[in-house]
Design a protein around this ligand. Sequence first.
Ligand code: NAD
Length: 489
Amino acid sequence: MAGELKVYDRFFIGGEWKAPAGTGTVEVINPSTEEPAGRAPEATEADMDRAVEAARRAFDEGPWPHLAPAERALVLTKVSEAIQAEMAEMAALITTEMGAPVSWGTMGQVLAPTMIFNYYADMAGTYAFDEVRAGLMGPVLVTNEPVGVVAAIAPWNVPLFIAAAKLAPALVAGCTVVFKPAPETPLDALRLAELFEGAGLPKGVLSVVPAGRQVGEYLVRHPKVDKVSFTGSTVAGKKIGAICGEQLKRFSLELGGKSAAIVLDDADLDEALPMLLGNAIMNNGEACIAQTRILAPRDRYQEVVDALSERMSAMKVGDPLDPATEVGPLVAERQRERVEGYIKIGQEEGAKVALGGGRPAGIDRGWFVEPTLFVDVDNSMRIAQEEIFGPVLVVIPYEGDDQAVAVANDSSYGLCGSVWTADPDRGLEVARKVRTGTYMLNSPIPIDFATPFGGYKESGLGREFGPEGLELFLEQKSITLPAGYTPKL
Ligand code: NAD
């Protein structure tokens, strides 16, 4: 894979590989070599029009929305098998696009999406799309129908995972989809389109059109789009929410985070820290759920800092394609500038760098930043409030469980978090008080795909995964029935 240029010159529009309307291209640069990794066309508004028209026709004229859910699910199962058959190649492709170490990426970037496809394929056979209720005045058929044409927009950090989180439930629901991947990661998205084509997805049901922000916004505003499913930054999410609000278009948002890991005073650090760090620096720290604020009891503060420093300094930084690597490069030069900017801001704010803070020695190319640990951090500092999106952690002292909860909640975000303790009852009490959509109690698993995932506050609106994730793509219709009539379901 390394050194091989992956080039697409067409979009997947309505099930066919179409030449772009414009001449723009997206150049994918391998973040660990700074060399070209591939190229894809960049969509214009005219390309989006074609994709939306195809999706509209396939929805309005069918047959896709009217097939049995189990029939639609067959395609997902085939796509999942096809991804599994090229697991290593897909992991390497995503790594060359955005730098995730394959040691984590094979599971997090590739196996996890196949689990999501399989989960929703199974749900097609179990979810009650139709239910006859005994209403107050007679029988009523409550039926769940597909919401219509979906615009699915994804970021670059876990590209295939987000594609699966949106496409799997949308397609099982019977929607048709225009998928806009981020310009940093068009290659895995177009490969996914090939796999959908190979799995026999009917024409028109899916389009994959890489594009930038402006054309993405054109897609959001498009009058023939019924629903927007967005994952990305809070800034973009607010803009998209405002547009959809004006149009009364359905929308769901999965946005940023600044999650707190609370180490209680009875925690066993040897047990907790490997799990905690696995989530804090997951995906090079470019994860919405990363636990980047570590709250330590004041009387164990130094012990927690020392234990974190010891483990973080042992992390292997380097070529993300090397299975021994734990931390790879950031996605782009501008992302490294952003992360280094925050390291500078932290120092100006009075926090101290206990570990890292620079570029790793001995690596002369690639957008690497050392795993970095800030101490003497107050939760009001920008490095404790803003999403850095890199391998930068802050350790904040607290006194007593109530203060730990208050500090965890003193954030505009509310996506994830964790608590580490010898006493699960005490941990559960803390977990219930923290205002986030997902939480981990002595657990290394941040998201279980059978359960709802999403954000409180500025971390989002709506829940992906579980049946709730399917319901994001359904409209409910109530049909009152004549007394004595029992519909065939
Ligand atoms: P981003 O918001 O800049 O871009 C995300 C996607 O939206 C890209 O495809 C981009 O082209 C598009 N986009 C941006 N502005 C748009 C607009 N106004 N209209 C339509 N499309 C627009 O985010 P990013 O830098 O690519 O990704 C990182 C962010 O994503 C982080 O904040 C991270 O926390 C968040 N994220 C959240 C989750 C979650 O599930 N909550 C998961 C992964 C990433």
